[in-house]
Design a binder for this molecule. Structure first.
Ligand code: TYD
Length: 202
């Protein structure tokens, strides 16, 4: 089977990864590569409806329910969008993926990490990122970037986001081959150069 590359971008809200994923997409396209730029939650179709609930539902949401909704979105995304693109040989750039559930629902909400890993494994159906880039930044700075218009997840508070950040750092420590950390308080240009360096190595 022909197989493209699967690269995921991770980090706390406001870390700047969405700017960086777009810059990398432009960089690769300018070099004639065929890419798919996508995101979780809510790439398209059913995912968009799940995203709407996850980010905007105003009533109480249990942490387990939240996890299952992110995982449902992921299962659909992998089977209907990511896997076919990889089979076509594309470079898939995904804004958030499995590590977001470990960091946010595991470290952030306090759910069992082993169980989340197990559920992630079911959702991804054998597909694993070739490279994951974590954009690390102190939480005061990233939340200031998010501003006052916060969605349901972004309203979780500073302690929650410190646990999320710490979660990402632990994930990177456990899987140093796949997960690379970039200091996201640097300039957009410098960060882009570091991203390109990591991707060129692949
Ligand atoms: P989004 O607007 O895409 O945020 P960002 O631009 O920071 O990626 O919102 C996604 C939110 O959902 C974000 O707060 C992280 C959260 N999330 C989880 O809690 N668990 C997950 O598994 C995923 C994919 C996202």
């Amino acid at each position: 089977m022909q197989r493209g590359l699967f690269i995921t971008f991770e980090g706390a809200d406001g870390c700047g990864k969405t700017t960086q994923i777009k810059l990398l997409d432009e960089y690769l396209r300018a070099r004639g590569k065929s890419t798919l730029l996508t995101r979780e939650p809510g790439a398209k179709g059913l995912g968009v409806k799940l995203r709407e609930i996850l980010l905007n539902y105003e009533g109480p949401v249990s942490p387990n329910c939240e996890s299952f909704l992110f995982l449902a979105d992921r299962a659909q995304h992998i089977d209907c969008i990511i896997k076919p693109a990889l089979e076509e040989g594309k470079i898939v750039l995904c804004d958030r993926h499995t590590d977001s559930t470990v960091a946010y629902q595991g470290y952030g909400r306090g759910l069992d990490i082993k169980q989340i890993n197990m559920l992630n494994n079911i959702a991804v159906n054998g597909i694993k990122p070739d490279l994951t880039i974590v954009f690390d930044i102190d939480i005061q700075t990233s939340l200031a970037r998010v501003g006052n218009e916060k969605d349901r997840m972004e309203s979780a508070g500073i302690d929650f986001f410190n646990r999320v950040r710490n979660g990402y750092l632990e994930i990177a420590e456990k899987e140093p081959e796949r997960v690379k950390i970039i200091n996201a308080s640097d300039t957009i240009d410098n960060i882009h150069k570091k991203v390109v360096e990591l991707v060129e190595k692949l």
